[in-house]
Design a protein around this ligand. Structure first.
Ligand SMILES: [Zn+2]
Length: 251
């Protein structure tokens, strides 16, 4: 299978799991049935690119929106106060406009408006989340990033994407769309699960397909930036937080 980042054919499988095992684990752990999410696939496999070091799952499946809706009902799934929100708000002082891709019900959009005084727009594919945000008066919409970008080229001071890239089947194309919306000299602020953290141990159901499709670390994010023609200004790693202690201990 071709590398989803650099396109090299020099990739190999380093781990795999049968679809039936995965379905059973989701049922036991979360009480969620993912049979339909895995329709037509008998196993999932983790590939590593020997050329660039990128890791990604095959099949490159995204969870169905209906499954995301059930996951979102789990209290810890969408945290109101994410560490990266505070980092972004600090880094983005002084800007006037931003768009957030994958904004959920708009928690960050609301914070950015209130704390930075910016014109903030959010996009998300989850219609229920979008309607919730709109009800609170936020400027968020269920339009795809690609469609939105068509009429918003080079428009924003910043594009934010928090915990989104790892869910996307074509991260390179997705980032190119994000970059197209930033004005020259503007910024992209993104967060991803750190593949170099305790997640390295593997076995975390939410850090594998069909929930996460790709794994990121400093090197692969740097490579992604190069391929998109942008430069990395800064990396930050989140300290272990209370809600991650169990995952850390299990690893
Ligand atoms: Zn590669």
């Amino acid at each position: 299978m071709k590398c989803l980042l650099c396109g090299s054919e020099n990739t190999g499988v380093v781990w795999k799991c049968s679809a039936s095992d995965l379905i059973e684990q989701w049922k036991t752990t979360f009480g969620i049935d993912i049979v339909e999410d895995l329709t037509g696939h008998s196993e999932i496999a983790l590939h590593v690119c020997r050329s660039c070091g990128f890791s990604f799952f095959d099949p490159t499946l995204a969870l169905h929106e209906a499954t995301y809706s059930i996951l979102q009902e789990i209290p810890w799934y969408y945290l109101e106060d994410k560490w990266e929100y505070d980092q972004a708000l600090r880094d983005l002082r002084g800007i006037s406009t931003l768009v957030e891709l994958g904004c959920g019900r708009g928690v960050f959009v609301e914070k950015a408006q209130r704390l930075l005084g910016v014109r903030a727009i959010g996009l998300d594919s989850n219609v229920t989340a979008v309607v919730n945000g709109q009800t609170c008066g936020l400027n968020i919409t269920a339009m795809s990033a690609r469609d939105f970008a068509q009429s918003h080229r080079s428009e924003f001071d910043a594009v934010c994407l928090f915990q989104v890239l790892e869910h996307v089947p074509d991260p390179l194309e997705f980032m190119a769309v994000a970059v197209s919306m930033v004005r020259p000299g503007g910024r992209i602020v993104l967060s991803v699960p750190n593949a170099e953290s305790y997640l390295r141990a593997g076995g975390n159901l939410l850090d594998m397909a069909p929930h996460h499709i790709t794994k990121w670390d400093r090197n692969t994010l740097q490579k992604l930036a190069e391929m998109c023609g942008i430069s990395c200004i800064r990396f930050r790693e989140e300290p272990l937080s209370t809600h991650q202690v169990h995952g850390f201990a299990d690893s």
